[in-house]
Ligand binder design. Structure first.
Ligand SMILES: NC(=O)c1ccc[n+]([C@@H]2O[C@H](COP(=O)([O-])OP(=O)(O)OC[C@H]3O[C@@H](n4cnc5c(N)ncnc54)[C@H](O)[C@@H]3O)[C@@H](O)[C@H]2O)c1
Length: 253
């Protein structure tokens, strides 16, 4: 699947868990060379050991996406090691407690904006500079269905993901003529630790999340990962500036 990814250099943030880890596995199985990054160094190094046991070409760099210097160091590492960045997957993200806007804690709002929105902005900015120098590249941001519409009890999160869509569409328009494509994936609830944390705080929520989908189940991380790999590949060569909903049909309502 996605033969064009063989030998490509792909950088992924938030790669130690969930959707980022699945994306890394999917890109690796298509033959891409990987620079994995995450703020969770212990989990990242464990994943890297497993990748090396399978003979995969991969590195791990600890990166906090809220810190511009940390992001710059990740880009520098990739360029020093491989001399190019073919694909960048800006996936690192966090949630805040389920609560309506009037009760949302200001610090929780700030944290979500810092990681989900400013983090993607910083990654995009440094990746675009590198891709403009080389004259090619593909970027995939992990937004959310909450970046395409309202998300009750997740207002700060929805604001951050709408911001990611704004950055995605703008970057796509600004750099389409420079050989760079920028898209986003927009998953609905997906079966990762992020959702497990939400459900742990409200046991009835799990069933509600399953029922929200016409398919009566959540998405699985590899279902998002395959879309990320497709958007990274030449098979999606005319797709640009899009937010691809991966929601079992929720947005068809
Ligand atoms: N799971 C869902 O239902 C769902 C739905 C839509 C969108 N998303 C988005 O998908 C992305 C991945 O989420 P997930 O569900 O795999 O969550 P997850 O919690 O399983 O994984 C997120 C990863 O991001 C890392 N991370 C957190 N803060 C970071 C920082 N400051 N710098 C670098 N890395 C950091 C974490 O250590 C973790 O490894 C996020 O952007 C999330 O908003 C998730």
């Amino acid at each position: 699947m996605y033969d064009s990814l063989a030998g490509k250099v792909a950088m992924i943030t938030g790669a130690a868990n969930g959707i980022g880890l699945s994306a890394a596995q999917c890109l690796a199985s298509a033959g891409a060379r990987l620079v994995l990054s995450d703020i969770d160094e212990a989990a990242g190094k464990k994943i890297l050991t497993q990748f090396h046991e399978f003979g995969l070409d991969a590195h791990f760099v600890r990166c906090d996406v809220t810190d511009g210097q940390s992001v710059q160091a990740l880009i520098n590492f990739t360029l020093e090691r491989y001399d190019r960045i073919d694909c960048a997957v800006n996936n690192a993200g966090i949630e805040h407690p389920h609560t309506k806007l009037a009760d949302l804690d200001d610090d929780d709002f700030d944290r979500v904006i810092a990681v989900n929105l400013k983090g993607v902005y910083l990654c995009l900015k440094h990746e675009l500079k590198a891709m403009l120098r080389q004259g090619f590249g593909v970027i995939v941001n992990t937004a959310s269905l909450a970046g395409l519409g309202g998300a009750p009890a997740l207002g700060g999160y929805a604001a951050s993901k709408h911001g990611v869509m704004g950055l995605t569409r703008t970057a796509a328009l600004e750099y389409a003529r420079r050989g760079i494509r920028v898209n986003a994936v927009c998953p609905s609830f997906t079966n990762t630790d992020m959702v497990k944390r939400m459900v742990a705080s409200d046991p009835r929520l799990g069933q509600r999340l399953n029922n929200a989908s016409p398919m009566k189940r959540m998405g699985e991380p590899d279902e998002v990962a395959r879309a990320i790999a497709w958007l990274c590949s030449d098979e999606s060569s005319y797709v640009n500036g899009q937010g691809l909903a991966l929601d079992g049909g929720i947005s068809a309502w």
